[in-house]
Design a protein around this ligand. Structure first.
Ligand code: UDP
Ligand code: MG
Length: 334
């Protein structure tokens, strides 16, 4: 088998309804590129028949298909890491399994790689998602860019291409919870972005609830920056300074303008201010907890994911005669 130049990594979680359509478009699109490729599907502990569908596809195209089967659900980004650790191509493209990222765009990403970029991000031209998701993600995008300094026009777009060096660096990072496009960006020398088409999910539902989206954004911000903690110290200093100034003003009022004291009372509502400060404090405590939790996960150093089986063709066998062999392994990855 010729070593693949292009590796396509696809995380799969409960996508039995979309996978057949994905195969139908993905393989012809890749064949048309005229470049040796491999597709690595990582089944993220799907509870539907996705694993069986992937196994069938592996049997149909064992020359270019590899399947990693997780034991449980470890999240989209862990699935991509597992793909990164196994891919062999010089250029690596990540793609969603739900066909929201058209596989026909892969050629355009590769053209940018050939032009000398080592990181090509996708920007969804017209985003086919609900209005609140578009609004929330634009707001988060801007906040994240200010806080972390990571420039990604469209953080939610997973259709991206990375060079071998970047993928190696990402795979070598021992982070427990992370966000691949951002982590990869920190290793990039010449990143660029291009517009790509975006389609509606053809079947099934989004795997991201509002709760998961909020968690993801916490990962994104606390995983890449300490600025939120520093902002809290700044806010604390500001509150103390304002309190001192207020104290001086109020005392002066009381000394010299006693009749005006009513004025101060109009603006001064201790209960409401106290609630505001308590709310801020709780938020700050939770924020510190986010960092402490990450440190805790990291120092426990548990396996980040466990693999039930890997389906791939035995490279040592003669391609023409030997039937595809399935390597079944059960082991943990640190
Ligand atoms: N996914 C995954 N593990 C998860 C959640 C999602 O591997 O825990 C995969 C999913 O199968 C899909 C991709 O990640 O290929 C993006 O998920 P989804 O389309 O639900 O996200 P959205 O497009 O709504 O942001
Ligand atoms: Mg999707």
């Amino acid at each position: 088998m010729i070593a693949p130049i292009l590796s396509v990594v696809i995380p799969v979680y409960n996508e039995e309804a979309t996978l057949p359509a994905l195969f139908e478009r993905l393989y012809p699109a890749l064949d048309a590129l005229d470049c040796p490729y491999e597709v690595i599907f990582v089944n993220d502990g799907s509870r539907d028949k996705s694993a069986a569908v992937l196994r069938e596809q592996f049997q149909r195209r064992p020359d270019v298909t590899r399947v990693v089967l997780f034991n449980a659900n470890y999240g989209q980004h862990m699935a991509i890491i597992a793909g990164f650790e196994r891919c062999r191509g010089e250029q690596i493209v990540t793609l969603d399994a739900d066909l929201q990222n058209p596989p026909e765009e892969i050629g355009n990403l590769l053209a940018q790689m050939r032009a000398g970029h080592d990181y090509v991000g996708g920007i969804r031209r017209t985003r086919e998602d609900s209005w609140w998701r578009r609004f929330a993600s634009r707001a988060m995008n801007r906040l994240r860019e200010r806080i972390t300094g990571i420039r990604m026009t469209d953080q939610g777009c997973m259709l991206r291409a990375y060079s071998r060096d970047i993928v190696d660096a990402v795979a070598a990072s021992r982070e427990v919870s992370t966000f691949i496009p951002a982590l990869a960006y920190t290793f990039a020398h010449r990143p660029t972005e291009i517009e790509v088409a975006h389609e509606e999910r053809i079947a099934g539902a989004s795997k991201y609830s509002l709760y998961k989206l909020i968690r993801l954004n916490f990962d994104l911000v606390t995983g890449f920056s300490l600025v939120p903690l520093q902002m809290f110290s700044m806010f604390g200093m500001l509150v103390s300074a304002v309190a001192v100034v207020m104290y001086v003003i109020v005392i002066l009022y009381r000394l010299f303008f006693t009749p005006w004291e009513g004025m101060v009372n109009v603006f001064w509502d201790r209960d409401i201010l106290a609630f505001f400060l308590i709310g801020t404090l709780l938020f700050g405590l939770g924020l510190v907890g986010e960092y402490v939790g990450r440190i805790y996960q990291q120092v426990r150093d548990r396996p980040r994911y466990t693999i039930r089986a890997v389906l791939e063709r035995d490279e040592s066998a003669d391609m023409a005669s030997a039937p595809p062999r399935v390597t079944e392994i059960a082991r943990s990855e640190r």
